[in-house]
Design a protein around this ligand. Sequence first.
Ligand SMILES: Nc1nc2c(ncn2[C@@H]2O[C@H](COP(=O)(O)OP(=O)(O)O)[C@@H](O)[C@H]2O)c(=O)[nH]1
Ligand SMILES: [Mg+2]
Length: 252
Amino acid sequence: MGGGGSTQQLSLSLILPCFNEVQNIENTIRDVQQWFAEDGVDGQIVVCNDGSIDGTRAVLETLQAQMPNLKVVHHEKNQGYGASVRSGCDNADKTWVAFMDSDGQFKARDLRRLLPLTQTVDFVTGVREKRADAFQRRLNSRLYNMLVHVVLGVHPADINCGMKIFRRSIWQTIRPIYATGALVNGEMFYAMKHAGIAWKEAVVPHYPRVAGSPTGANLGVILRTFKELWRLKRARGAAATKVAESVAVSLG
Ligand SMILES: Nc1nc2c(ncn2[C@@H]2O[C@H](COP(=O)(O)OP(=O)(O)O)[C@@H](O)[C@H]2O)c(=O)[nH]1
Ligand SMILES: [Mg+2]
């Protein structure tokens, strides 16, 4: 099965934004490799290690020595989820680019749900079927989705679903300029809206985190989410570009 719907082999770079996932990253990478082998994918994995301080770097260096199709990009300091997705995509070499979380909450083989839709559009986004997260996290997300719908005028069902796939040829058009954090997805949808790029969505499973801690549980991240919401709200009514800019500044 090939991206674009042809029967030819799928050429895919899978991006894994990764921050302090020493307990998960190896399993996640091995699971991706297994799926590549099962489905005969011409696959590359690009991990963006975003300044991890928990030993993630050493694990990645060991795996890199064993896996020729594993590329690792390091940020010396933590720059945020959005910056990490961006660096990963900048380093993708294959025809299609997908990204998903490094913590095991998505499974690469579930990209099978998105792939058929790449026959007709160049960007497919996931919708978490039953989100395996705590109430507070889900509530934050719901408010965030509503606000981004209103302010940026884009309407995906699950903006920040961590599983997405797109044709690499559109990357320079959708590449986020302002967002270094969670707004990264909103900015991509906004860019697609203005460029007239069609997208579709597919339901994907979401699995509980089995090790490590979600950053969504940190007070700092919750406050940052609300700060982001507040900045967006204050900027409402201004040109959407200005909105993105102010949010990016607030995320600094
Ligand atoms: N690059 C980068 N990735 C991050 C950061 N925070 C979280 N992540 C990654 O983003 C993914 C989702 O993070 P997680 O903490 O599980 O958030 P949640 O599942 O939305 O609650 C995981 O793969 C994390 O390793 C960050 O500051 N930088
Ligand atoms: Mg998670």
